[in-house]
Design a binder for this molecule. Structure first.
Ligand code: ACO
Length: 335
């Protein structure tokens, strides 16, 4: 059985934060940020904005493009590391979309690789589980976990949501040609937002003595990152992964129409493209406008490229995600 991508959509918060805005809160400059990263603006959730609402908006657009009724969606995969419910937010999205036939809905946590993992999971569910219409959403709000006094990280991230609809089809129409997925827990020390015990809250009233143990309350620390190590990891592992996925698909760098990497840093994108010998005009990048939107970056950039007419029906795309975990992976897809 095959699976094909039949619709995409995206949504971003309205609040735009420029490099000059950030220079008012930390010791940085537009020049430093744009030269080192390629980022000029990012969108940030504010006020009553919700990530779940962005994910719903992106999903609605994808369903509209695919001309698929929400009732016909039988699986919702929400790829996020920043859910608005610790237990997962996919069922809330299912409810808001009005998928009344009670599809399965669950979250996938794999930071900036989440969307590629979601795409491959969708294909496995279709090929092995009989699912027909799988909504794969990548959405993150890392602004909630950034230390806004740390100039090394707060300049990088933005919030967004993107979605694609993956549909079962005959094998001749198959749109996922090959993939390659990895993780390495040893690299977690270079990039994490780990659990933090709140000491002030730990002796919850007198319950500690009643129960005989101190109940604990936790939250998550802000994003900690060794930028140089993450850069080295991406520049080394991402081209290898794409080459492996291309090999499984019987393709090579020169046979793809588009290279679509997780939008983390323009220098990483350029280094990977050079290594794969993909010319700049075949590289998709919208990082300047949105920064690093984690699991949302690939479907957001794909949606813009499709709607602007850049990516056309039948085009082959090498997509790759990489980030915290560490996790990384590639998928060769046909639009
Ligand atoms: N403005 C001005 N100066 C800065 C800033 C800033 N925003 N940030 C750091 N600096 C300074 C540092 O303090 C340092 O100063 P020093 O030389 O006086 O000590 C100098 O600039 C160099 O700092 P480095 O951290 O070494 O800068 P580097 O060239 O490595 O660039 C960057 C930093 C842009 C973060 C780069 O390492 C990078 O992009 N790494 C990859 C990050 C990434 O892709 N992360 C993905 C995470 S995805 C996920 O899963 C969440």
């Amino acid at each position: 059985k095959g699976c094909k991508l039949v619709g995409c959509g995206s949504a971003t918060p309205t609040l735009k934060v420029s490099n000059d805005d950030l220079a008012k809160v930390v010791d940085t400059s537009d020049e430093w940020i744009s030269v080192r990263t390629g980022i000029r603006n990012r969108r940030v959730l504010s006020g009553k904005d919700s990530l779940t609402a962005l994910a719903v908006e992106a999903s609605r657009k994808a369903l509209e493009m695919a001309q698929v009724d929400p009732d016909d969606v039988d699986l919702v995969l929400m790829c996020t590391s920043t859910p608005e419910d610790l237990f997962g937010s996919a069922p809330q999205i299912q409810k808001a979309l009005g998928c009344k036939r009670n599809p399965l809905a669950y979250d996938i946590t794999a930071a900036c690789s989440g969307f590629v993992l979601g795409l491959v999971s969708a294909a496995c569910h279709i090929r092995g589980g009989g699912f027909q219409n799988v909504l794969v959403i990548g959405a993150d709000a890392l602004s909630r976990y950034v230390d806004w006094t740390d100039r090394g990280t707060c300049i990088l991230f933005g919030d967004a949501a993107g979605a694609v609809l993956v549909q079962a089809c005959d094998s001749e129409e198959d749109g996922l040609f090959g993939f390659d997925l990895h993780s390495d827990g040893d690299g977690q020390r270079h990039l994490n937002a780990s659990i933090k015990e709140n000491e002030a809250d730990n002796a919850l009233g007198s319950n500690g003595s009643v129960l005989g143990f101190p109940p604990r309350r936790s939250s998550y620390s802000c994003i900690q990152m060794n930028g140089k190590e993450v850069f080295r990891f991406a520049a080394r592992c991402v081209p290898q992964s794409i080459e492996s996925a291309l090999g499984k698909a019987g393709l090579h760098g020169s046979s793809i129409d588009w290279l679509l990497l997780h939008q983390a840093n323009q220098r990483i994108i350029d280094a990977v493209a050079a290594r794969l010998q993909v010319p700049p005009e075949r590289v998709i990048s919208n990082l300047a406008n949105y920064g690093n939107t984690s699991a949302a970056s690939i479907p957001l950039a794909l949606d813009e490229a499709v709607r602007s007419g850049k990516v056309k029906a039948g085009h082959t795309i090498a997509a790759a995600g990489f980030g915290a975990g560490l996790t990384w992976g590639s998928a060769i897809i046909r639009w």
